[in-house]
Design a protein around this ligand. Sequence first.
Ligand SMILES: NC(=O)C1=CN([C@@H]2O[C@H](COP(=O)(O)OP(=O)(O)OC[C@H]3O[C@@H](n4cnc5c(N)ncnc54)[C@H](OP(=O)(O)O)[C@@H]3O)[C@@H](O)[C@H]2O)C=CC1
Ligand SMILES: CC[C@](O)(C(C)=O)C(=O)O
Ligand SMILES: [Mg+2]
Ligand SMILES: [Mg+2]
Length: 337
Amino acid sequence: MAVEIFYDDDADLSIIQGRKVAVIGYGSQGHAHSLSLRDSGVDVRIGLQEGSKSRAKAEEQGLRVLSVAEAAAEADVIMILAPDTKQRFIYEEHIAPNLKDGDALFFGHGFNIRYDLIKPPANVDVAMVAPKGPGHLVRRQFVDGKGVPCLIAVEQDASGNAQALALSYAAAIGGARAGVIKTTFTEETETDLFGEQAVLCGGASALVQTGFEVLTEAGYAPEIAYFEVLHELKLIVDLMYEGGIARQRYSISDTAEYGDLTRGPRVISPAVKEEMKKILGEIQDGTFAREWVAEDEAGRPNFTKLEDQGNQHPIEKTGKKLRDLMSWVDRPITETA
Ligand SMILES: NC(=O)C1=CN([C@@H]2O[C@H](COP(=O)(O)OP(=O)(O)OC[C@H]3O[C@@H](n4cnc5c(N)ncnc54)[C@H](OP(=O)(O)O)[C@@H]3O)[C@@H](O)[C@H]2O)C=CC1
Ligand SMILES: CC[C@](O)(C(C)=O)C(=O)O
Ligand SMILES: [Mg+2]
Ligand SMILES: [Mg+2]
């Protein structure tokens, strides 16, 4: 089925400009949404928990920070941009008691609705504006006059106007400059989890680490291995981003292209594709969601151990040394811009 894709001319910015928005959380997505909404003329307040580390960053940017309950009570569009595993507790304790007829409950990812962790009442709109990119780049692209594509979805249309509201919100954060696709909470959740696990984060990180290990274990210099499998990956992916795999293949040598065409399928072998299908199955049947919720409830022991192991990987030490010598590469991550 053909997708519906919307651009700035299809969106009515005045809809979101006429509402009071509460952004709950001021992390990767929260800072990007709230600063860009504000720059688009929207009335925004931030909802944070007592003692939040994010409070000072939001206030430095001139944003009003309230408790989550106060922000939810004051606003009529409530966008939840706290961690997925915390959202159900925040919702139950601070948001649900403050929902009024006609309010809109927004999400940046469908996890809590798709897996029935949050069950909103019937008298509010439930919609999603999910940028297809990391929050810090959502903000950076907005400031640079560009935009990160977004997905929008409506789970519940109490007002009869939820889609226009979601599209207006997506336009206000720059998404409609690049394209806003209409989808469902289920499709967004399952494709997003698959993308981050199999390709963008899990797949790419493991590919880079393994390539680095193979070269260094064979006795090649770590610095050369780093430039080869990590630094240059961005340059190659930039070509794919600009013109697809065909442009990347146009720019590389014939020798590289022959290696790409014949060896690529050996690395990403049929067994890897089978494993990807298994990973997708675990997302679709809820296995991954149950595992992640239980891991978080247990205090994230496995998450912490694996994250520490990743930080200790030799590629990190080599990379830091080399990036420190390229002033244009190590752009600091801040919740400002
Ligand atoms: N990261 C990304 O680029 C993307 C994220 N998403 C989705 O966006 C949502 C937010 O993710 P992300 O931006 O990564 O989150 P982050 O972890 O970057 O930020 C979380 C924010 O929520 C705050 N927070 C934590 N607990 C509470 C609480 N109890 N009450 C109020 N605020 C709280 C944190 O405050 P403190 O500083 O005090 O901890 C922080 O400001 C998720 O649904 C995610 O799936 C979607 C697309 C991409
Ligand atoms: C790729 C990871 C992501 O889905 C994202 C930045 O889009 C996330 O959840 O952070
Ligand atoms: Mg994503
Ligand atoms: Mg995601």
